[in-house]
Design a protein around this ligand. Structure first.
Ligand SMILES: CC(=O)Nc1cnc2ccccc2c1
Length: 446
């Protein structure tokens, strides 16, 4: 039935109102559990943070990339007992495929690097800002999504890569007014654990699992750690050694324990020396207890923390030299970090560093009566073509309303299109900050 036919098919000329939709009871206007809307005020803060992520990425010569939020579940199936695995937001799609909303970005990066194969020349420096998901029983009321800034360097085996990555995060913090008295980085290397375990012939495929268990050290009772390590096949003696090395307080103490020749010590010393050259020594400290909870890290690991100890880790990352080969790719070294959009906001609030972000519009253009709507549209277009922002009043409104709106949107000036002025090709301009008022020819407007 076309719009101007009534039920019996005759054309009445007037539009026949469509049948009234059954009255819906009000829909739930809230977003799904654990997710957020970004109305203008929240979106301004998010855009400001993301702008700083992007600016730092640009300063470091990184290229922006992105991947589907939806990935094959297989990308994230790791048998290392990770929390990120327990909370995978996965399901079967209509094609009976097992898919998942990505809980992190690194596996997607690995997939694409392998896909690109020889067609990309190393090193790659890629960054992404992507929404990541987890499915938690809402018992804990935590969020099920967050945005993560990721920076990754692919194809560089030396710790210059890690030093560069930490430098980029320091740069980000400094841009936001955060100093090394507010935050620091705990830095260690999983090669410390590897060197302890190598004299216990722990099968390599268990290394990730052991690290994930040890990462829970401060979160669950020591006895449980020992039990979990035992059931993972780590002997009592090995456990004692592991726990001992985890409580080492300094690099020199670690050197006494492990000797000076092992990779762990050599690399960490290099990293601390490079930190000095980058100028961020006061931001980092060795901390043997840093392991991070992702199974695929193989070398240096680090995490940003607030020195008051009130907040969860701000960001974290490390070297993952084996990830690409576990996906069937070549043995390509890689390292990177993730920086979530939640803790940083808590930190900014704590430090009184939240930015004042208001909508800014340069012009509000208002026709003084209906016939001048066309003229107002022409003026708006001319200003916009000059790169000026214009809020064009779209309906016939009293001046009181226009001034109120001008104030709300923080317009710099009000352009009134009146009949008598327009006859002379003029418009009336009111500078809202000063109240200054003048008439001006249209082509004089800049
Ligand atoms: C503080 C916070 O929102 N964390 C958070 C929120 N959502 C996630 C989603 C996936 C993976 C990690 C996540 C972590």
């Amino acid at each position: 039935q076309s719009l101007n036919e009534n039920a019996s098919g005759s054309r009445t000329g007037a539009l026949v109102p469509p049948p009234i939709l059954e009255k819906l009871e009000k829909i739930d206007v809230n977003p799904p559990k654990g997710t957020r809307d970004f109305p203008p005020e929240e979106m301004r803060l998010r855009s400001w943070i993301f702008h700083n992520f992007r600016e730092v990425s640009r300063l470091f010569g990184f290229e922006e990339v992105d991947y589907p939020v939806l990935e094959s579940e297989a990308l994230f199936i790791r048998k290392a007992g990770e929390e990120i695995r327990d909370q995978l937001y996965s399901f079967e799609d209509r094609g009976n495929r097992r898919v998942a909303l990505r809980p992190e970005l690194t596996p997607s990066l690995a997939r694409v690097v392998i896909q690109k194969g020889k067609s990309v020349s190393l090193p790659l420096k890629w960054f992404a800002i992507g929404q990541c998901w987890r499915y938690e029983r809402m018992t804990r009321g935590r969020r099920r999504e967050h945005y993560q800034w990721n920076m990754d360097i692919i194809g560089v085996p030396g710790v210059m890569a890690e030093a560069e990555l930490i430098s980029s995060i320091v740069t980000f913090f400094k841009r936001l007014g955060i100093t090394s008295s507010d935050v620091g980085f705990k830095v260690s290397s999983r090669k410390v654990l590897q060197e302890v375990l190598q004299c216990y012939s722990i099968p390599e495929h268990l290394f990730g699992k052991v690290c994930v268990i040890i990462d829970k050290m401060e979160k669950i009772p020591l006895e449980e750690i020992k039990t979990e390590l035992g059931s993972a096949g780590v002997s009592e003696k090995a456990i004692v050694d592991l726990l001992q090395v985890m409580s080492v307080k300094s690099l020199s103490e670690l050197e006494e324990k492990l000797g000076s020749a092992g990779d762990a010590i050599v690399e960490l010393k290099q990293l601390f020396s490079l930190a000095d050259k980058f100028g961020y020594s006061e931001w980092i400290q060795f901390d043997a207890s840093v392991v991070r909870g992702l199974a695929y890290y193989t070398g240096v690991v680090f995490e940003g923390f607030d020195r008051e100890g009130k907040l969860r880790a701000i960001c974290g990352g490390g070297r993952y030299d084996k990830l690409l080969s576990t996906f069937g790719g070549d043995d390509i070294p890689a390292c990177g970090f993730g920086f979530g959009d939640a803790v940083i906001v808590e930190l900014l609030k704590e430090k009184g560093l939240m930015p004042e972000l208001n909508l800014q519009v340069e012009n509000i253009v208002c026709p003084l009566d209906q016939e001048l709507q066309g003229a107002a549209a022409t003026i708006a277009t001319i200003l916009r073509e000059k790169g000026q922002s214009v809020d064009l009043v779209l309906e016939n409104k009293p001046l009181k309303w226009v001034f109120k709106r001008a104030a709300r949107i923080n317009a710099s000036r009000l352009i009134l299109v009146g009949n008598s002025e327009w006859q002379k090709g003029m418009v009336k301009v009111k500078v809202l900050a000063t109240g200054e008022q003048y008439e001006i020819e249209l082509n004089q407007l800049e």
